[in-house]
Design a protein around this ligand. Sequence first.
Ligand code: NAP
Length: 254
Amino acid sequence: MGSLVGKTALVTGASRGIGRGIARELARQGALVAVHYGANEQAARETVELIDRDGGRAFAVRAELGAPDDVETLYSQVETGLAEQGQGPELDILVNNAAVSGSARIHEVTPELFDRLFAVNTRSLLFLVQRGLKNLRDGGRIINVSSAATRIAYPESVVYSMTKGALNTFTLALAKELGPRGITVNAVGPGFVATDMNADRRATEEAAARLAGWSVFNRLGQPSDIAEIVGFLASDASRWITGQCLDASGGSGL
Ligand code: NAP
């Protein structure tokens, strides 16, 4: 039996990439998982099917983060989905994974890009947590997917890096705020992981090798590399860790 049997989890951006890996890992450990997505219904359905096939339990919920009413849209579906599975509205694990990226050096940044990245990666996330605290049980877990770009200068995506810096600061403050409720709040900081997010940056073999070279293991991360770290942070074994950003970059930039 997995260590998350009887627990409920919401993973944002779980239709693809790292979020799909996290949803599968939490379900593998026994959690009932709400698989959130923004637009790609087919991909979200595939995540749910993969979990079903592995003997886990999951359902999909749609909400475009950054749109008006995104948070209420999301939680009303989460609560309906949980009820359909015979559960109350309580969540044990909230994984804030959904984000948008945008390559832009300082001279390329526009107000539109700045507003879009902060709207999805920072603003929406904060209000998603604020609302989620009504559902999150004492002793629960909040796990934020950040980026190694908060530790290693990455001027190629300056605004994206800033949104993740804000996320780390949020993680720190929230960990103290929620300590009395026994809720841990941590972040993980992946390096380059092979997902759609950076597909254009590794279009050639040479470019892919360059990205792989950031890690001391000389390979790109896989979603499962990140998912298992998140699985640990979701488990009881991590109960004495809070307010931290765990590097999950295969030693990038050491
Ligand atoms: P991805 O493959 O691009 O997938 C993004 C996921 O987020 C999808 O499920 C997508 O839903 C959802 N999403 C994006 N914008 C959304 C919005 N406005 N509303 C609702 N859902 C939205 O990304 P990934 O590479 O797995 O990244 C996951 C997390 O890891 C992100 O926080 C990212 O910043 C972080 N990260 C990634 C890397 C990397 O190298 N890949 C490195 C460091 C950190 P749809 O499928 O519906 O579009």
